[in-house]
Design a protein around this ligand. Sequence first.
Ligand code: ADP
Ligand code: TYD
Length: 205
Amino acid sequence: MFISFEGIDGSGKTTQARLLAEALRSRGHTVVEVREPGGTHLGEQVRSLLLDSSAAIDPRAELLLFSAARAQLVVEVIQPALDRGATVIADRFFDSSTAYQGAGRDLDEAWMPRLHAFATAGLSPDQTYLIDLDLDTATTRRGTSGEDRMEASGTAFFNRVISAYRELAASSPDRIVVVDGRRTIEDQHLQILSDVLSHTNSEGS
Ligand code: ADP
Ligand code: TYD
């Protein structure tokens, strides 16, 4: 099973991805955790380029760099893990590009789903958990550590990202589950875990 977490920076994705991984491991599942961009030698280098605040990056170049990192991660890590029968938990996947580059950077092109299908060789998460949180709360949670290049994109940018995520969830209700990010860490975890278990049980894995 391939699970992804989505949401704006500071929404709580990493916290929930880790808790889910621990809970599944304690139930005997083999779990592989990945983060985007990153997870491969190429991906980590692309990550440094993309998050480096001093770099000027054109929105199209930005989209292609995120897609390139994703392509490598799928081939090198995600698909082999799925082939071995592992559960893969991804901290972001292609919905991040739709929300951040599509809506955030105004690259809202009809071809975006085809680009994702090309980059991932057709692989899509089975389940996606969108941690939905307002920008003020997410910014407070992120604390005072310095902003990276993406985080410095401004309030209007992030509000477009939040709206795009909600629209994506509404258009893919079978895949994307919206989790209220204002609830406690434990409450969210229990909602996500019970949803994942209902799917793994029905798959028999
Ligand atoms: P993301 O991966 O989306 O950037 P993190 O999981 O790193 O977010 O969480 C950002 C911060 O918010 C962390 O300090 C984390 O402990 C805290 N946090 C996460 N979820 C909650 C929650 N439900 N309530 C309060 N604080 C939270
Ligand atoms: P990261 O620190 O991993 O995310 P977070 O702050 O949510 O824990 O930083 C990744 C940044 O890259 C984040 O700002 C979202 C952005 N991003 C995109 O703009 N497009 C993408 O396709 C992906 C995967 C990430």
